[in-house]
Design a protein around this ligand. Structure first.
Ligand SMILES: *Cc1c(COP(=O)(O)O)cnc(C)c1O
Ligand code: SF4
Length: 485
C-alpha cells in the first residue's frame, strides 16, 4: 500500500510540468523560453492605456491615472500583469501597479522626501541614519513600479540613475567609516542592475573588512521571479552572508513562480525576510495579513516589517490609520507562530527612522510586580526579584565589544548614564529667556548631577571607564565616572 502511493507520487512528479500561473491569451503564443527569460519580461513591460486595455477592462479613473501628466512612472512586467483580475477594479495586484486619477491629489502632511533621506546622505544615494548600518541606493530602476513608492522622488526616472562615480563615492565613504557593519542595498531595485554591475558592488563591499553583512531589499522575486536563476543564486553564495528582504503585500503575489525563486535563494543560504506596506483596500485586514504571513513562512520567508504608509506624494489614498496597524498586530501576536508576526513600524516623517508601534501588553507596574495581559485578555502578575544585582554581569560586560554610537545613544544613553537629558534644539537658550545668570549662588556646577559609583541607578554605569576604547565620550559633558565631583 505504502509502496503503491510512493510509485504514484514519483510518476506524477515525472509527468507534470511544475505548476505555474496561467498565462493570459494575450501571451499565449510567446514561447516558454522567452516568457521565462527575465530580459524578455523587462523588454515587454506594459505602460500605456493601449497596452493595458488589451489585457484588462480599465476603469475611467485608471485611464485618467494612466494618461495623467507628471505621474510616477508606470511599468508592469507581463508576468505580474498576468496576476491581475481583468474584471475586478479592486484586484489587489492591480491596485498596486495601475495608477488612479486620485494619485495626483495632495493631502495633509504630504512630502516629496518624507523620510528626509536626501538630507541624511553623506554622499549621493548613501543614507547613514543609524550608528552601524547604511542604506545604499544603487539604482533608480525597478522591474515594475508600486504606486505608493516612498522613493518616487528619485525612482523610475531612466535619465537619472546612479553611476560608477557614485558607487565609488559610496564605497569610499564606507571604506573610511569603520562603524558601518551592515550595508543595505536598495534603490530602486538592485536586482534589475546589469549582473556585472551588481557583482562589482557586492565584491567591492566584501573587500571591506568591517562590513559584516550585506542585505538586499528587492521586489524582483515578486515582479520578475524569472530573474532568480540557478546561476544567480549560485553567484550570491560567493558574497555570503547576504540577506534578502522581499516585498509582498497580498497573498495573491505568492505564486508557484515566486515559491521556486524563494527556494533557490534559501538553498543558496540567503536568509529571507519580507517587508509589507499597510495599504487601504489591499491588505488592511487581519484575515488577509494572516493568510499572507502564513504563505510567507511556508516559503521560508520571515515577515520582518509591516510599514505604515509614508506621507509621500501619490500615496494619499493608500493610507490607513495607525489604529488599523495595531489591530492587525493584535490579530497576529499569540494567534499564530511568532515567526509569522512582523514588527509594525511608522517610518518617522522628517527622518527619525523606524518606530515600532504595538498593542499595549503591560497593564500596570508597582514595586516588585509587573501586570501583563496576553492576546486573550488573560491578566497576570509577574513577581520581580527583590535581590536582582545588575552588576553581577559587569566583568563579562567589560570583556565584550562596545561599539561607539557617536551621539546616537538616545534613550539608552540616558539609561547608561552617557547623558542626563535629551533636549530639543534651542532648549537651553529658550529657557534662559535672555536673562542674566542668577546672581545668587553663581555656580555653573549646580546643575550637574551627582553620580555616586557610576551613575547610581543602573546596571551599566561603568561602561565608560575606558573599556570601550573608541572615544565614545568625546562629547565632553559626561560625568559618570564617579570621580568627577
Ligand atoms: C530601514 C533602514 C535601515 C535598516 O533598518 P533595520 O531596522 O536595521 O532593518 C537602515 N537605514 C535606513 C536609512 C533605513 O531606512
Ligand atoms: S519596488 Fe520598491 S523602489 Fe521600486 S517602486 Fe516598488 S516600492 Fe518603490
Amino acid at each position: 500500500m505504502v509502496q503503491d502511493i510512493l510509485t504514484i507520487d514519483i510518476q506524477e512528479d515525472q509527468d507534470e510540468d511544475p505548476p505555474s500561473t496561467p498565462r493570459p491569451a494575450l501571451w499565449a503564443d510567446v514561447p516558454d523560453e522567452k516568457w521565462n527569460d527575465w530580459r524578455w519580461q523587462m523588454a515587454n513591460r506594459l505602460n500605456s492605456v493601449e497596452e493595458l486595455a488589451q489585457l484588462i477592462h480599465l476603469t475611467s479613473e485608471e485611464i485618467q491615472g494612466l494618461r495623467a501628466d507628471g505621474k510616477f512612472r508606470v511599468d508592469i512586467t507581463p508576468y505580474f500583469a498576468s496576476l491581475i483580475d481583468p474584471d475586478d477594479p479592486n484586484c489587489p495586484i492591480r491596485r498596486q501597479v495601475i495608477p488612479l486619477g486620485r494619485e495626483l491629489h495632495a493631502f495633509n502632511g504630504m512630502m516629496e522626501d518624507s523620510l528626509a533621506e536626501d538630507k541624511h546622505s553623506p554622499v549621493p544615494g548613501l543614507v547613514h541614519r543609524y550608528p552601524d548600518r547604511v542604506l545604499m541606493l544603487i539604482t533608480t530602476q525597478c522591474a515594475s513600479y508600486c504606486r505608493y513608492c516612498t522613493r518616487s522622488r528619485l525612482v523610475g526616472n531612466p535619465a537619472q540613475t546612479f553611476s560608477k562615480v557614485d558607487f565609488e563615492a559610496q564605497l569610499d565613504y564606507l571604506r573610511r567609516t569603520p562603524q558601518v557593519r551592515d550595508v543595505l542595498l536598495s534603490g530602486g531595485d538592485p536586482l534589475v542592475l546589469a549582473p556585472n554591475v551588481l557583482e562589482y558592488i557586492l565584491s567591492s563591499l566584501r573587500a571591506i573588512d568591517h562590513i559584516e553583512i550585506i542585505r538586499i531589499g528587492s521586489r524582483v522575486p515578486v515582479f520578475l521571479p524569472q530573474r532568480i536563476t540557478d546561476d544567480f543564486a549560485d553567484r550570491l553564495k560567493r558574497y555570503a552572508p547576504v540577506w534578502m528582504n522581499i516585498h509582498t503585500n497580498h497573498p495573491k503575489e505568492i505564486t508557484p513562480e515566486l515559491s521556486r525563486a524563494l527556494e533557490k535563494l534559501a538553498f543558496a543560504g540567503v536568509p529571507l525576510g519580507n517587508q509589507s506596506v499597510l495599504l487601504a483596500g489591499i491588505n488592511d485586514s487581519v484575515h488577509i495579513q494572516r493568510e499572507l504571513v502564513h504563505k510567507l513562512v511556508r516559503n521560508r520567508v520571515r515577515p520582518y516589517y509591516l510599514y505604515q504608509c509614508d506621507l509621500v506624494k501619490g500615496a494619499g489614498h493608500f493610507r490607513t490609520t495607525v489604529a488599523k496597524g495595531i489591530e492587525i498586530i493584535e490579530g497576529l501576536r499569540g494567534h499564530t507562530s511568532g515567526y509569522a508576526v512582523p514588527t509594525y513600524v511608522v517610518d518617522a516623517p522628517g527622518g527619525g527612522g523606524k518606530i515600532p508601534v504595538m498593542p499595549q501588553y503591560m497593564i500596570s507596574q508597582g514595586p516588585g510586580k509587573v501586570i501583563l495581559r496576553n492576546y486573550e485578555g488573560f491578566i497576570t502578575a509577574y513577581d520581580e526579584p527583590a535581590d536582582y544585582d545588575p552588576h553581577m554581569i559587569d566583568n563579562l560586560d567589560h570583556q565584550s565589544l562596545h561599539r561607539a554610537e557617536e551621539g546616537q545613544g538616545g534613550v539608552w544613553g540616558l539609561l547608561n548614564g552617557d547623558e542626563d537629558t535629551i533636549r530639543p534644539e534651542g532648549f537651553d537658550a529658550l529657557h534662559q529667556r535672555n536673562a542674566e545668570q542668577h546672581r545668587l549662588n553663581f555656580d555653573g556646577h549646580k546643575w550637574e548631577r551627582h553620580h555616586l559609583n557610576g551613575n547610581g541607578s543602573n546596571s551599566n554605569g561603568h561602561h565608560n571607564n575606558g573599556h570601550n576604547g573608541n572615544g565614545h565620550n568625546g562629547n565632553g559633558h559626561n560625568s559618570n565616572n564617579g570621580d568627577s565631583h
